[in-house]
Design a protein around this ligand. Structure first.
Ligand code: ASP
Length: 402
């Protein structure tokens, strides 16, 4: 175990050097135990879609790689995967059919941060966020300026809209729905429920969309998945927090944001303190889910601050979820439309995955991917049992013309 100067003044060494006396040594002993655990093995936590990339990141950490580089090794997996339509290449586009990506990172060892929002044509925005941190005097770049910075740094411009995502977007565009108000937090939110109909009508909607999907050339085996994305605009993102054997930590979050969003919309992902926050003295946290709700509770920062005040990772994450509940006065009618998952990693290697609801749909629970020597997927602990529903809610479209 190595001792830094900060450790020395903050207690471990003072405890070790203090004259024997129960009161003087008790607290430092606990801290020393936690640090020894951190010194024994790296720990990585990520959203479930990072599972396939944990092993390579763990090996990097084991070999002494930087904690942010290891986190990027996880999140760039889904960014490069055209079949993951929640991140990077192949991400579902905004309402105009343009893919706009967001990312933010915090590098614990240097206590620096970087972020990009609404970036077009650049696939690996996680690396771009890191480059903003490393190669500019800023923390956050957005839109065209971020794209130009990327090109100057040697990133290639490319079309991020895959054929599959373009066709799903067309299906949405030609059928219905939009993100123009009122939103869930608007007193007039119930207006969005007008026109909702019975299950029989919903079957009819699906049949009409199926015919439209056929017309657009969407392969039969992909039609139901595309229809689902049109009727229930998906969220999807990846966060990863890493802890090295040295005790160093970093965090990163990257996303294509909410499907069919208004151009220029930023969610929580690029907001340092909402989508991602790392304080190497305490821990790291990140979020996936309803970005608008997470921004209002500064979720990742709230969780890290909760741990600083002594809460365990699970309790710290649950408290952030309860703040979202508080913002709606506990109104379950609206909370059922909110989906939120937090991934929490404390400096001593303790971790938790928490979500507002068990999953998006029955049988598909939210998961946290963990590697602390063995990679695994664990179900998150949810505040409420059951599946969240998508916002905007299913409204029988009256604009479908076949
Ligand atoms: N939080 C992301 C956003 O609001 C979406 C997601 O996590 O699925 O942009």
């Amino acid at each position: 175990m190595t001792l830094s100067r900060r450790d020395f003044v903050s207690g471990i060494a003072l405890g070790a050097l203090a004259a024997p006396g129960a009161a003087a040594t008790a607290a430092p002993a606990v801290e020393a135990k936690q640090r020894m655990r951190a010194a024994s093995a790296p720990v990585i936590v990520s959203a479930g879609n990072g599972f396939a990339y944990l092993e390579r990141a763990y090996e990097l950490l084991h070999g002494g790689a930087d904690t942010l580089e290891a986190a990027i090794a996880v999140v760039s997996g889904p960014e490069d995967d055209p079949n993951d339509d929640s991140v990077g290449l192949g991400g579902l586009p905004n309402e105009e059919g343009v893919v706009e990506l967001d990312a933010s990172c915090m590098h614990g060892p240097s206590r620096r941060a970087g972020s990009v929002g609404g970036v077009r044509n650049i696939r690996n925005v996680s690396r771009l966020a890191r480059d903003v941190m490393l190669h500019s005097g800023h923390v956050m770049l957005v839109g065209e300026g971020a794209e130009r910075f990327a090109v100057a740094r040697g990133f290639s411009r490319e079309n991020l809209l895959t054929e599959a995502s373009r066709k799903t977007w067309l299906l949405w565009k030609e059928s219905h729905s939009d993100w123009w108000g009122p939103g869930l937090a608007d007193p007039a939110w119930r207006d969005r429920l007008h026109g909702r109909h019975q299950a029989s009508a919903q079957v009819e909607v699906v049949q009409r969309l199926q015919a439209l999907a056929q017309d657009l050339g969407i392969a039969p085996q992909q039609q139901m998945a595309a229809i689902r994305k049109v009727l229930f605009p998906p969220t999807g993102t990846i966060h990863c927090s890493t802890l090295a054997a040295s005790g160093e930590m970093s965090g990163i979050t990257t996303t294509s944001g909410l499907a069919w969003k208004l151009p220029g919309r930023l969610g929580d992902t690029p907001i340092i303190g909402a989508g991602c926050y790392t304080d190497p003295d305490v821990g790291s946290a990140g979020a996936t889910g309803s970005g608008e709700e997470n921004i209002k509770v500064a979720g990742a920062h709230t969780i890290v601050e909760n741990m600083r005040r002594g809460m365990a990772p699970l309790e710290a994450g649950m408290d952030a979820l309860k703040r979202i509940v508080r913002n709606y006065g506990g109104d379950m009618e609206r909370l059922k439309y909110i989906d939120m998952t937090y991934y929490v990693l404390r400096k001593d290697g303790a971790y938790a995955g928490v979500s507002l609801w068990t999953g998006y749909e029955p049988g598909h629970p939210h998961t946290i991917a963990v590697h602390d020597g063995a990679p695994r997927l664990e179900k998150t602990v949810s505040l409420y049992e059951g599946a969240s529903q998508e916002w905007p809610p299913l409204v029988v479209p009256d604009k479908v013309h076949l």
